[in-house]
Design a protein around this ligand. Structure first.
Ligand code: GTP
Ligand code: MG
Length: 344
């Protein structure tokens, strides 16, 4: 395959689930950083975005992901809050996603926001897998840092294996009660028809290689047509956050889910009253693996392609709103683009 991987669209992966079930920790493990320590009371209050390049995915997943088998540039993870008051943010994150990870704490099982997330995924027909998290808390667990699930499972005593099996089958039963046919991921043939359950620990990294391998497989198999859409057209995105940035004034953090955005583009951004028409002053890209919410060192770039999290500095952004649409005008008729933004 000689296609240029950078011409394929990066899949957007939403991470959803009940408060404290370990969404941010799981992304931290993948990032090897600790956003969670920077969050007020460790409760996620905003949507975040983190780009994980293919070579990092394959270095974490080891034998489970051979980069030669994939022509995707990587994955863009969207972190969402689990606290009950953030329903809008969760549905926004869910709506942006191509695929999703529903995180469920194996001790706590299904909780109200787990069910709410399932509803969002059902309504948006988003393919997803379940990360059955915190397997390291099974009493007597023998930790094998960053190990694939098969190897660490084999190293557990019969009692520990039995206890984990019970917890996993409870989750599979809960999914079935909600109308989703589910099974342990290695028994699933078709991830579009059946939900794969991946046992993981965000703390020890056990099962994380499996999780990444399944996400890559899902993207490659079922999202292919989407990934091959033209990523050179005028960009389309959603505002995550409106923020004051030193030296730049008001900026917007956006998730670009289609096309490109360039440093000399004209933009239409949804505002509190009318759509805002403005010119990009700077495109500020977080470093790979950095969480856009907490990143402090951005690189000025000339162009970005979907999917990406990017900070945009531009005049007139005071009335911009989280959740609002963003569209690049480029060679299109400005009036038409304004109408599109108004209609969204
Ligand atoms: P919200 O963003 O508020 O919805 O929470 P969250 O789902 O992002 O959970 P978070 O990652 O903040 O983790 C909540 C708590 O669970 C923290 O104290 C983590 O250290 C702990 N935790 C997360 N994953 C694991 C795990 O795999 N094992 C253990 N033992 N603890 C975990
Ligand atoms: Mg969180």
């Amino acid at each position: 395959d000689t296609r240029d991987p950078t011409s394929l669209r990066t899949p957007i992966v939403a991470v959803l689930g009940h408060v404290d079930h370990g969404k941010t920790s799981l992304l931290d493990k993948i990032r090897g950083s600790a956003v969670i320590e920077g969050e007020a009371g460790a409760i996620t209050q905003h949507i975040g975005a983190t780009a994980v390049p293919l070579d990092i995915v394959s270095s974490i997943a080891g034998d489970l992901v051979d980069p030669e088998d994939f022509d995707l540039p990587g994955l863009l993870f969207i972190d969402t809050p689990g606290h009950h008051s953030f329903t809008t943010l969760r549905s926004r994150g869910g709506a942006l996603a191509d695929i999703a990870i529903l995180v469920v704490d194996v001790n706590d099982g299904f909780q109200p926001q787990t069910l709410e997330a399932l509803d969002i995924l059902r309504r948006s027909e988003t393919p997803f897998i379940v990360a059955a998290n915190k397997i390291d808390t099974v009493p007597g667990w023998n930790e094998n840092e960053d190990s694939p699930i098969n190897a660490t499972y084999e190293s557990q005593t019969d009692r520990v294996q039995g206890r984990l099996d019970e917890q996993l089958y409870e989750i599979i039963g809960n999914l079935s009660d909600e109308g989703f046919s589910a099974d342990l991921y290695w028994r699933v043939q078709n991830f579009q028809r059946n939900v794969g359950v991946v046992p993981v620990s965000a703390m020890t990294g056990e099962g994380v290689p499996d999780l990444l391998a399944v996400m890559m497989g899902l993207s490659q198999r079922y999202m292919k047509e989407e990934m091959e859409i033209d990523v050179t057209g005028p960009g389309v995105g959603t505002v995550l956050e409106v923020k004051e940035e030193k030296g730049f004034g008001k900026t917007v953090d956006i998730v670009l889910y289609d096309g490109t955005i360039r440093a000399d583009d004209q933009l239409v951004v949804g505002g509190q009253n009318d759509p805002i028409v403005t010119d990009v002053r700077a495109l500020l890209q977080p470093r790979p693996l950095a969480e856009i919410r907490t990143e402090s060192r951005f690189e000025k770039v000339d162009e970005v392609s979907a999917a990406a999290g990017i900070k945009v500095a531009a005049p007139e952004l005071d009335d911009a709103m989280a959740g609002a649409p963003v569209r690049v005008v480029r060679d299109r008729n400005l009036e038409d683009v304004v109408h599109e933004v108004q209609a969204e």
